[in-house]
Ligand binder design. Structure first.
Ligand SMILES: Cc1ncc(C[n+]2csc(CCOP(=O)(O)OP(=O)(O)O)c2C)c(N)n1
Ligand SMILES: [Mg+2]
Length: 205
């Protein structure tokens, strides 16, 4: 089973020249810890600002691909941004919402998604037709492989394939409880330095 930081490392390793905007939650810390790059922008301060910043960047840089990684708490705080994106439909913007059902970084208080609010459905309602939950993406992926014959040699039953799908979804969601200090997270959750700290370091260097 992979965990959220491993997922962040795999994501960062797969990047080439994409512009990455992270939200203020764990997305920011994980992606910074996985490997800082000049093309990353970490929103450090305002919840809800990652998605609109990424949208503005996508509009301003139509030849670049922009990927925004946000938390559920932030997206809930600024759902109107989804309607703006649905109106403009930028084709160079991808939004990934790490929906752990919690304001994890401030102590794990539950968000509305923990009560069943479906952000992918909200996004589709806002005109972002391709929005989908990770369960759907994984199922579509496995059905595509099944239909194009890639499982023909495999002895997996449909029931076993479902178990594989569920376990992949669980890995991808990487849900951890905010109040538990997981040992493997100890050395990777340091946030990126603030701009003020960076300027102070540059002055003293
Ligand atoms: C406008 C605003 N309100 C509250 C905060 C305090 N705050 C910072 S991160 C955070 C939780 C973010 O939750 P989420 O986006 O789901 O990310 P997670 O911590 O779950 O990864 C809160 C409440 C803030 N920075 N800005
Ligand atoms: Mg969250």
């Amino acid at each position: 089973m992979i965990n959220r930081q491993e997922l962040a490392r795999a994501f960062v390793d797969s990047l080439t020249d994409q512009l990455v905007v992270t939200g203020i939650g764990n997305a920011c810390n994980d992606i910074y810890a996985a490997g800082d790059r000049a093309l990353n922008f970490y929103m450090r301060g305002s919840m809800g600002a990652g998605v609109p910043i990424a949208f503005g960047l996508a509009r301003a840089r139509p030849n670049d691909r922009v990927i925004c990684v946000e938390g559920d708490g932030s997206v809930l705080m600024n759902m109107g941004a989804l309607a703006t994106i649905g109106s403009y439909k930028p084709d160079n913007l991808t939004i990934v919402v790490l929906d752990n059902g919690a304001y994890q970084i401030t102590g794990g208080q539950p968000t509305h998604t923990a009560a069943g609010i479906d952000l992918a459905a909200v996004a589709r309602g806002c005109g972002i037709e391709s929005a989908s939950r990770v369960e759907t993406l994984v199922h579509d992926l496995s059905m595509k492989r099944l239909l194009d014959g890639q499982f023909d040699e495999s002895e997996l039953t449909m029931r076993e394939l479902e178990v594989v799908e569920r376990s992949l979804v669980k890995s991808l969601l990487g849900i951890y409880h905010g109040r538990i200090a997981y040992p493997s997270m100890a050395n990777v959750t340091a946030p990126p330095p603030t701009p003020a700290a960076e300027m102070a370091a540059a002055r003293s260097a």
